[in-house]
Design a protein around this ligand. Structure first.
Ligand SMILES: [Zn+2]
Length: 196
């Protein structure tokens, strides 16, 4: 999936959650978008790969594209790094940044899972790439199937933005779920901060 489709899809998934938890800010939207791009640091021609050539070429040559960064291992690793940075270098009101970054990262993995190539969630446990899937829903990167997804998610995103601007995002149950998840993530952050 190309970077614009990742960002648009992740924002379409994340905006309702940001809205119900009253956390729609430029920083949170930016962190969500960043999280949706991070896994592709292992591809030299990706958006981040072109801007961090050394990092992308090292990860690409040592781990391959859609290796460690496209797995639960990568998700946990970036969560730990973002928690460390937030705790040591940022103010207390940025406590939820690791949550939104990780949510964006998780969305990227889910989005790539629907591609023909798929992802290896349990890397490095299963090194063999699975056979190409047949007769189940999938898209191919940079083809008409991906561009159809992009058009669809952009339409959804525009609809969500209009709802947000009208103040129509008011779903208490969704807010409770987000708050519950954030509390669990805060617990994990406390454990990491005690260790580091
Ligand atoms: Zn990817």
């Amino acid at each position: 999936m190309e970077c614009k489709t990742h960002v648009a899809t992740t924002l379409a998934l994340g905006l309702p959650l940001l809205a119900v938890s009253h956390e729609v800010t430029a920083v949170n939207v930016g962190i969500l978008a960043l999280g949706s791009l991070l896994p592709d640091i292992d591809h030299p021609s990706s958006y981040l790969g072109r801007r961090h050539k050394i990092m992308s070429s090292v990860t690409n040559k040592t781990l391959g594209h859609r290796g460690a960064t496209h797995s639960i291992f990568g998700l946990v690793l970036f969560f730990v790094i973002s928690t460390f940075i937030q705790h040591h270098y940022l103010s207390g009101d940025t406590l939820n940044l690791p949550f939104w970054l990780s949510f964006g990262y998780l969305c990227h993995l889910l989005e790539d899972s629907l591609s023909q190539q798929g992802v290896r969630w349990c890397w490095p446990l299963f090194r063999k790439k699975r056979k190409k899937r047949k007769k189940v829903f999938y898209y191919r990167t940079s083809t008409m199937s991906e561009y159809l997804i992009l058009v669809l998610v952009l339409a959804i995103l525009i609809f969500e933005i209009s709802l947000y601007l009208k103040g129509d995002f008011n779903y208490p149950h969704m807010q409770e779920v987000v708050t519950w998840c954030q509390q669990k993530v805060h617990n994990l952050q406390s454990i990491i901060n005690n260790i580091t």
